[in-house]
Design a protein around this ligand. Sequence first.
Ligand code: HEM
Ligand code: FES
Length: 780
Amino acid sequence: MNDQSLASASRCPIDHQALARAAAPNGCPVSAGGAAFNPFEGAYMQAPAEYLRWAREQEPVFWSPQLGYWVVTRYEDVKAVFRDNILFSPSVALEKITPATPEVAQILEGYGYAMRRTMVNEDEPDHMARRRLLTDAFLPERLMDYEPTVRALARQYMDRFIDQGRADLVAEMFYEIPLNIALKFLGVPDEGAEQLRQFAVAHTLNTWGRPTPQEQLEIADNVGKFWQVAQKILADMMAQPDGEGWMYESIRQHHRHPDIVTASYLQSMMMAILAAAHETTSNATANAFMTLLTHRKAWESICANPALIPNAVEECLRVAGSIIAWRRMATADTTVGGVAIPQGSKLLLVQASANFDTRHFENPDEVDLYRENAVEHLTFGYGAHQCMGKNIGRMQMRVFLEEFVRRLPHIHLVEGQQFEFLPNTSFRGPAQLWVQWDPAQNPERVRPGAMQEPAPFYIGPPAKDSIARTVVVREKHAEGTDLLRFVLADPHGEALPAWTAGAHVDLIAGGFRRKYSLCGRADDRHSLQVVVQREAQGRGGSQHFCDHIAAGSTLQLSGPKNLFGLDESARHFVLIAGGIGITPMVAMADRLRRLGKSYELHYAGRSRQHMALLARLEQDHADHLHLYIKADGQRMDLGRLLATVDEGTRVYACGPDRLIAALETLSEQWPANVLHFEHFSAESAVLDPSKEHAFVAQLKDSNVSVTVAADQTLLQALQAAGFDVPCDCGEGLCGTCEVAVVEGEGDHRDKVLTKAERAANRRLMACCSRAAGDKIVLAL
Ligand code: HEM
Ligand code: FES
């Protein structure tokens, strides 16, 4: 190629400079990045989060003149827009992003195409009135019935190619099974499934793509046919409306409430749901396999420990979701991420970018199967319109992974393949996914009958217990009376996750799960240390760890997680520990010493024999350490120690309830935010229904009310209603299940909030706290 042709080949047909000269609708100039943004080019589809990294860092909300949309790229902003479906109407969600030419409109008219509102693009109050009537079939307990069917289909489809050694998983399995399940769920007969594939592609390009005027004509033809097929199916179903499936339930609700579930609504819904229920899951499955097989270690981890699969599903939905961007329209002048957005503006919320926001996810570029907040991805949207079918999608992905790690753990991606995606703003999944393997190594050939059957499971977000890695006890040392220090390592000598001072891990063994603060060296990535105090009168966990876990034993570990982090900006630090509460304090003292901060460490205990880590403390922190040993007649006088607390001081404390209560009383005289503490355990997290009253939790973001019975925790009621509120300790200690309170008084029973925070009544721990009255309004 000569210089001239090179120049013309690289000349872009779009005049970026001209676009950049134009102002955005709020009067601000268009940035170069904004002018260049083109989701219909390869780079966006190949790696949407990477393509928008610049925006997350420099211009998180930008105007795209090529699209005529504001593009929103950060987690908090995307979630905030999803959260408010009145200010940000979903009415544009299914609008053609490339306006139809008059010819296209004519073709569609010829087919009687009359796509109107469906669930996903409906405004309030109509949307919620309908969603409430049509939601039952999506509840987790109803979905349990589908799991055996998905598994049977997965096995049957795998049987077809398991001896071949090579397959395109999309063509052989991931396209058809979700379609089959979608049709079953909807109650739609499955003849004509192949035709639906062609239609679905047309529907995606028609709605979210940028077809040329010529392509638009062909697409319009297919969309028109799709519409007619969908109408025919609906008419047949309506003629015999007693069948099983969600569309039948919708038809019956139409007969009961014709003004809410209208006939036109059913018509539009029929077409939209066929795509929503199917393609999303097909693509998400293909994306998940593509992700895990590309990150081979992650794949090997789930093969070695299939209990990780539920969280692997969430992590894959985070890093490679099948819906990567969704749309809203501002109904009034407003701001998003500090940018003025005029009324009527359209917004493209790029969930794929938000899911990689470092402000919300630590090391977002890593595929981390142990990520505790993976489930907070925005791939299912959020708020009143959050995906109703999310648990159907999750359940299928989980079953597929379970079957593959059992039957084909040795599959590899065929090397050198280029993944191709349909160019559009929103639906992402590879057109093909070629894998290969050696059939002679198939486990069922090598060890016939040796394969374990996966157990049926509860459908929903991953259970916290499943997000755990195996560690081996490298050393076990007696630290004093009933005090044992464990040094834990990865069984293969791999690095363990990084942690910060104040972090804890959960140790899981023998049916017990207990939290222990990390007290080793934070810069040692190859070991984690905890001290366990054997409590003879406890609930059995510490006894099990002390008596049955020896050097060489393996156990499960979840975390590290830090709910007790240091505010390193303070001037002076007072660290106060009682008994075993010294463990997080050691790590804090190490950190403060490293930072060269001013700190003092006060440690009280029954006798030297009952105090942990003394030798290390005396060696590393001698100049800062004050011991109060009861057997020697010494006691800690908190009033004297903390007589001169000011705004630049931070007091960190861990120890028995008495100690924390005394500090809380003292802190009433201190500036806010000085005292931070961590308890060992909650007094009683057991619910006594005879002493409780039922109440209603009104969920503002979702526009739903959930009744919490007297014998139920708020968390249980929320989870049963399909809300993914995470839970860790389940007893008010960790803060994982926090929900924001909008209105109504909380009956706070946790150990996380300070007195001042309880009084402010902005946050509530759903696992143990309740409403003081009959109703509480939550931002959920
Ligand atoms: C809505 C994603 C599977 C039914 C949505 C929305 C997204 C989404 C992004 C819009 C959310 C919002 O506006 O806040 C996905 C993904 C799936 C999946 C990634 C698979 C992995 C399914 C399945 C079904 C389904 C299997 C049905 C069987 C729906 C419905 C809505 C919806 C009915 C509208 C809810 C409303 O507006 O109130 N989905 N979806 N989805 N999805 Fe899904
Ligand atoms: Fe730990 Fe609720 S889950 S406070």
